[in-house]
Design a binder for this molecule. Sequence first.
Ligand SMILES: O=C(O)CCC(=O)C(=O)O
Ligand SMILES: [Fe+2]
Length: 301
Amino acid sequence: MTSDTLKYSSAFSKLTERTWTGKHNRTMERLVARFHLGRRAYSFLQSQREILNFNDAKQHLQISPKSVFDGVTANTYVEKIRQEGVAFGINLPAPMIDEIYQYACTAPCYGTGTARDEGDFLITEVKNGYLRGKHPIALAEFSNSTLMGCQAINNLVQDPLLLEVARNYLGYWPTKILRYMSWTLVSSLPEEQQKRLNEPVIYHYDIPSYNSVRIYFYITDVDASSGPHIMMKNSHDKKPLKMLFAPCQQTDDAIHNYYGKEKEIIIEGNRGFGFFQDPYCFHKATTPVTSDRLLLQIRYF
Ligand SMILES: O=C(O)CCC(=O)C(=O)O
Ligand SMILES: [Fe+2]
């Protein structure tokens, strides 16, 4: 063996060992998961690991006996996410929406920019785009641990239908699940400042892990003027090389020029409206003009 071959074979065995043992190497993860093929390879390795270790695969998950979503089957969503990077047609029951909304009004959240220095605050302390009258604010986020205090969200995390979609899309039972919720707030700040305070308003794709899928639920009504989520259909598995090797953020022009504006989906929906998404697609938030938007996400890894 030449010294180069030795180098490559040792790098490869390190990668497979890390993947199999679950040891974390973020740089490797970001490199591998950038590519559709890298994510598929990871899914394949995980699925093999499950076969060898069957009883353990979902031991860490608490799966409810009954889904809160009636009359829907997981594979319709899975196929759609594969084809387009997104799947619609799932709605939260009204009592759950109320419970999550109430929780968001009374649980601590945190801001970005100078608002971050204030630590935790309640959303009722934000008025006209300012926290406590001093700090401009465009995004307020809830941590996974804060959201663990909301029973409705915990029920969703254990929902068998959502877990089945995640399992069938990823090819293995999720090894980690995170809750995330955010308010995007009406703001009259200049666009550049909004981008600094709420970075997801810039087109981007996420590389949260070797593979991942998400469910999003609007908890407030969302129309074109109240901060709809926007994404580019099919971009989860179709990216030009120059975007794959560039930072994850792109300008609107670059995205529109490559994919075509007609492929862009502006996602509007009433409170309770849900959709699955592959986070490796190009997507972005928008700043609401008329009313604040509350969005819940469950992220499967
Ligand atoms: O708030 C949104 O609509 C998008 C958020 C986002 O890009 C993310 O959570 O990765
Ligand atoms: Fe994102």
